[in-house]
Design a protein around this ligand. Structure first.
Ligand code: NDP
Ligand code: ZN
Length: 351
């Protein structure tokens, strides 16, 4: 089969691969809608997770089941399914401990385009199909569905990690598609003042639609100064990090009140150490928390994401700015994610 792959760090291209084999618990799907992710770019062009050779890229998909293993009970050939970016081994100890995304190994639930071939191919192998696939409801278009596979769940996870409570003054740093979904999620969780930090006009418009009360343009002034000014020097209760770099955590701690939480979902593809000043840690005694996480995945999580769309609480399709038809356009989609033109939020390829 044809697949768009990471050939080595710094290089991606089309290759021929063996068709995947379906084990007893697995399913094989053909893609219906696919989306490139910023993570694909960190992986190929920054070498964020190290070297990979001829590994099919992509982890965001909606597909049609074309084969199921003998032990798969809940899915059949012809079903339209959301294929989550994170497909844990549900019988693992880590899953039993509540961290399915780390099943088998740290980050082990992230298999597509990390430890096995991803979804940018004519056929997609899904492990533990009953535990990982979710039916795409008829009311949800494949292009909206593919936004659930990673963007919606990751954005929500940032808000979960930051432990947003009703009324909390919250900042979301980074409003690409992930951060925009964090904004929407923070609004659902009941954030009070909700600052969105970004600069692309499209993203700013969608952030407002998704519930941001204040916009901070980090290119036009210092984030810390703008947020402190906007909160009359108080700072905020919660920060979600969905963009920026290693220096962003210092800014997050600078605007965080004592007892506050920073939830990071940004993939740190470059650099070595996160540094946080003694001062902003309140001489080490500020009860400030920092936690970063890979999104949970799997079937139930995807069903919940679909429920949010069905109930009209999130509108992930509003983030789609570029549409392509045909698997061959994946290359263009990936290049767009790499170049990040100012009018881009998220591209989708329907197959
Ligand atoms: P984008 O590149 O589209 O968005 C990044 C955002 O951060 C933009 O709003 C950008 O602003 C802003 N930004 C960039 N630099 C700075 C800075 N120095 N200070 C403040 N803001 C800044 O990324 P995505 O939304 O696609 O993805 C976000 C991250 O989430 C990526 O690292 C991705 O790999 C990761 N990810 C993590 C997952 C997980 O499970 N944890 C899953 C999926 C993705 P501007 O408007 O100027 O572009
Ligand atoms: Zn992704």
């Amino acid at each position: 089969m044809k697949s768009y792959a990471m050939l080595r760090i710094g290089e991606a291209g089309w290759i021929e691969k063996e068709d995947p084999r379906c084990g007893p618990l697995d399913a094989i799907c053909r893609p219906i809608a696919l989306a490139p992710c910023s993570s694909d770019i960190h992986t190929v062009y920054e070498g964020g997770i190290g070297e990979r050779h001829d590994m099919t890229l992509g982890h965001e998909g909606v597909g049609e089941v074309v084969e199921v293993g003998a032990l798969v009970g809940d899915f059949k050939v012809g079903d339209r399914v959301i294929i989550p970016a994170i497909t844990p081994d549900w019988s693992s100890v880590a899953a039993q401990d509540g961290y399915p995304m780390h099943s088998g190994a740290p980050l082990g639930g992230w298999k597509f385009s990390n430890t096995k071939d991803g979804v940018f191919a004519e056929l997609i192998h899904v492990n533990d199909a009953d535990g990982n696939l979710a039916i795409l409801p008829d009311e949800i278009s494949p292009e909206a569905g593919v936004m659930l596979s990673d963007m919606a769940t990751t954005g929500l996870h940032g808000a979960e990690l930051a432990r947003i409570r009703p009324g909390d003054a919250t900042v979301v740093i980074g409003i690409g598609p992930v951060g925009l979904m964090s904004v929407a999620s923070a609004a659902i969780l009941g954030a009070g003042r909700l600052f969105a930090v970004g600069s692309r006009p499209n993203c700013i418009e969608v952030a407002k639609e998704f519930g941001a009360t204040d916009i901070v343009n980090y290119r036009e002034g210092d984030i810390v100064e703008q947020v402190m000014e906007g909160t009359k020097g108080e700072g905020v209760d919660r920060v979600v990090v969905a963009g920026g770099d290693l220096g962003t955590f210092q800014q997050a701690f600078d605007i965080l009140k004592p007892g506050g939480w920073v939830g990071n979902v940004n993939y740190l593809g470059e650099g070595d150490n996160i540094k946080i000043s003694r001062r902003s840690s309140l001489v080490g005694m500020g009860h400030k928390h920092l936690v970063g996480g890979l999104t949970p995945g799997g079937r139930r999580r995807m069903e919940r994401m679909a429920n949010l769309v069905l109930a009209g609480r999130i509108h992930p399709e509003k983030m789609i700015t570029h549409r392509f038809r045909g698997l061959e356009h994946i290359e263009e989609g990936v290049e767009l994610m790499r170049r990040k033109p100012r009018d881009l939020i998220k591209p989708v390829v329907t197959v």
